[in-house]
Design a binder for this molecule. Structure first.
Ligand SMILES: O=C(O)C1=C[C@@H](OP(=O)(O)O)[C@@H](O)[C@H](O)C1
Ligand SMILES: C=C(OP(=O)(O)O)C(=O)O
Length: 428
């Protein structure tokens, strides 16, 4: 356990942060670099624990991956030459590694077992296992293959036309990856668009993939060609500082190198609708992903309703948006976010517990929460729930509390943002 005591700030925040690499894109850079034949160089890779789970999985399968700071060099003979791992794969806390790897392992000609930590072992895998079984996959595990540990006996897969019953980029990606290894053409339809990094990177690595409206199809068994990847800054990490800048009186911050892919920018739209003072500049496109700088300043905020199609575009930002809403005048309602209940922890209950302990007015609902603002926050002792996003939300809350905030265990922050406290301290 790594407890953290955060004293009240009593000053404003100012300065610049270069936002570290995006977690979703970092995972995918290793996956596609390892599936492709040749040498892939990755720049601005996120050195978070989750991303190294993906690195280790491919090392176990015989891919050479060299790490030099935030640069990776991946050398692979292509997916047809991946080898059976000699030991069970430890996927730690990473839902993305698990679900995307299931799509790949189901179609490779060998046997694998995979396990994870206590949190990951509770998260549903049937959303991926069911469609993969329809493609012919042999996967088994606890709770009829819904829960880790899972065993995968790779086999020849058939294509599928699948409509996603859940709003999940991980499920979409798992099926597209299985489709890459399957016979024929696989298509996935989503009712509400989710992040599209898998589609973008498949195109960049030369896959035969077409997106038409809400349907993406991929033709199987074609080799991928290595290509270099630049990882944009993670907007999900930037969100903590966007909210800090908006709620700490007198603050003005610049966040540099933030990924602005449209499927991820819901938090910017929420801040704008609440009336935040936010300016985007220096926009440019690198490797198919838009990046830019964001300036955010403290100002008066108003409560809004957040629901429908925007939810997948800000799903990981909802804990920090809930904190933002405690400082907005009026009521903020968050709906259609039932997916929060199956993240690293039940994030609806965790956010409610932490913010209520600090003095906020927040009511949980089945698929979201209702937050009444503006409320001053007190100090208190809160739990991180071993969830990086809950721990960082608690730390940002401490910037505006009257008394100190004690977070029971902040070690989970290294999952997605190892330098979080170093970057935060540089602003005051
Ligand atoms: O595809 C991805 O990289 C991710 C998709 C989202 O999960 P779901 O697909 O479960 O919504 C998100 O919460 C997660 O942090 C990363
Ligand atoms: C839900 C998250 O990640 P994952 O599903 O990869 O564990 C997250 O980073 O907030």
């Amino acid at each position: 356990m790594s407890e953290k005591i955060l004293k009240p700030l009593n000053t404003n925040l100012s300065g610049e942060i270069i936002i570290p690499g995006d977690k979703s894109v970092s995972h995918r850079s290793v996956i596609f670099g390892s599936l492709a034949r040749g040498i892939t160089k990755v720049a601005n890779f996120l050195d978070g624990e989750d991303c190294f789970r993906t690195v280790n999985v491919f090392r176990e399968m015989g891919v050479t991956i060299q790490v030099d700071g935030t640069n990776l060099t991946i050398e692979s003979k292509g997916f047809k030459n991946l080898m059976e791992p000699s030991q069970p794969l430890n996927l730690g806390n990473s839902g993305t590694t698990t679900r995307l790897m299931l799509g790949i392992l189901a179609g490779l000609p060998f046997f694998t077992t995979a396990y994870g930590d206590a949190s990951l072992s509770k998260r549903p895998m049937d959303r991926v296992v069911n469609p993969l079984r329809q493609m012919g996959a042999n996967i088994d595990g606890r709770n009829n293959g819904n829960l880790l540990p899972l065993s995968i006996r790779g086999s020849k897969l058939n294509s599928i036309d699948y409509t996603l019953p859940v709003k999940s980029a991980q499920v979409k990606s798992a099926i597209l990856l299985a489709g890459l290894l399957a016979k024929g053409r696989t298509s996935v339809t989503e009712k509400i668009p989710t992040r599209d990094h898998t589609e973008n990177m498949l195109k960049a690595f030369g896959a035969d993939i077409i997106t038409d409206g809400h349907t993406t199809s991929i033709s199987g068994r074609n080799e991928l060609t290595a290509t270099d990847v630049y990882v944009p800054g993670d907007i999900s990490s930037a969100a903590f500082f966007l909210v800090a800048g908006a709620i700490v009186p007198g603050s003005r911050l610049k966040l540099k190198n933030v990924g602005l892919n449209k499927s991820r920018t819901g938090v910017i739209e929420v801040l704008q609708s609440m009336g935040a003072d936010l300016i985007i500049d220096n926009e440019n496109t690198i490797g198919g992903e838009v990046i830019g700088d964001i300036q955010i300043s403290f100002g008066t905020l108003k409560g809004i309703t957040i629901e429908g199609n925007i939810i997948p575009r800000l799903i990981d930002e909802i804990p920090i948006i809930a904190l933002l809403a405690t400082q907005a005048e009026g009521t903020t309602v968050i709906k259609d976010a039932e997916e929060l209940r199956v993240k690293e922890t039940d994030r609806i209950d965790a956010v409610t517990d932490v913010l209520t302990t600090l003095g906020a007015s927040i009511t949980p609902t089945e698929d979201g929460m209702i937050i009444k603002g503006k409320t001053p926050l007190n100090g208190g002792k809160v739990a991180s729930y071993d969830d990086h996003r809950i721990a960082m939300m608690g730390a940002i809350a401490s910037l505006i509390t009257k008394d100190e905030v004690i977070i029971d265990d902040i070690s989970c922050i290294s999952i997605s943002y190892p330098d979080f406290f170093k970057d935060l301290k540089s602003l005051y």
